[in-house]
Write a protein that binds this ligand. Structure first.
Ligand code: PLP
Length: 297
């Protein structure tokens, strides 16, 4: 069941719509060209998590692609309206998806809506079970984002067909998820997640607490969950670092995760069939970091 609320200047709190009825023009450039942006955020007990960070990234994505979208107040009102109209959101975690497209051809106005649905149990189960991941090439150099801003790397655009194709490829090979690598061999991100690794001892075996994520200027999406976790982990005494990260660094880590707003921290069991750390350390660190994340959300 999905609850749908359109952002509409004539309805300041947003306009509730029937999700089973036609609602988007067939000429909408979000449909015809994938020309638009989105955000997916988690709602717990009817309250959206990290709303400020998601609205800020939505605005940054809009700016990168010269798209005029409704302001943060209009989004917030529509989100609260959609959650209030979803009784299940009180006791089940929900995904809140914000979408803005360039609108119908010639209309010169964005189409914008909020959709709320319950989190799939399969996704939630990956937090417990962990993931077998495969590395796949994205085909770009890690410095392309600055040289080619028209690629819109770093914007959360609707053009996720490649990301979904990568996931289907992984599933057909028996893996659960993907980590993209750049042409120059660096770790980038998952199709729907950021990559995180941890060290709990240094090269000489002394204890450390170090979290590392790939550098943001490699054309990856700045993850709001990784950002929230880093802020909480710093306060809890973890050292934080940004890449470059290589596939060897992931295999050398004591634990590694795919991290994102809905699935949260999903531990990586194997990469291309090679174990990452040990099951015991993965479990302890996942519990510790998940607790930190829960405080911040
Ligand atoms: N990278 C990509 C490509 C994503 O699609 C996502 C989330 O959907 C992320 C990273 C993680 O972002 P967040 O933590 O804000 O959900």
């Amino acid at each position: 069941m999905t609850t749908l609320v359109f952002l509409d200047p004539q309805h300041p709190a947003g306009r509730l719509a029937d999700p089973a009825a036609p609602a988007i023009m067939a000429t909408d450039q979000g449909l015809t060209r994938g020309d638009g942006i989105f955000e997916s955020l988690l709602a717990v007990k009817g309250a959206p998590r990290k709303l400020g960070a998601h609205l800020a990234r939505l605005a940054a994505s809009a700016e990168l692609m010269d798209l005029t979208i409704p302001d943060a107040g209009a989004w917030q009102a529509a989100i609260l309206h959609a959650l209030a109209a979803t009784p299940e959101s009180q006791d089940r975690q929900c995904t809140v998806r914000l979408t803005a497209t360039r609108g119908p051809e010639g209309a010169h106005r964005a189409t914008a809506w909020v959709a709320v649905s319950t989190v799939s149990p399969a996704l939630a189960a990956q937090r417990e079970k962990g993931l077998d991941v495969m590395l796949l090439e994205r085909g770009y150099d890690s410095d392309i984002a600055a040289r080619a801003p028209w690629l819109l790397l770093g914007a959360k655009t609707l053009s996720y067909a490649v990301n979904m194709a990568a996931l289907r490829h992984a599933h057909s090979e028996g893996a659960d998820d993907v980590i993209f690598t750049s042409r120059d061999g660096l770790v980038l991100e998952g199709p729907t997640s950021s990559v995180l690794l941890a060290h709990i001892s240094d090269d000489s075996g002394d204890p450390v607490k170090r979290l590392i994520t790939p550098h943001l200027d490699t054309g990856i999406l700045p993850g709001t969950t990784q950002g929230a976790l880093f802020a909480a982990a710093r306060d809890a005494g973890w050292e934080l670092g940004y890449g470059p990260v290589t596939p060897e660094d992931l295999l050398d880590a004591d634990a590694a995760w795919l991290i994102s707003s809905i699935r949260l921290l999903a531990p990586i069991n194997t990469i291309d069939g090679h174990s990452v750390g040990t099951a015991g350390i993965r479990q302890v660190l996942t519990a510790e970091l998940s607790a930190l994340l829960a405080q911040t959300l």
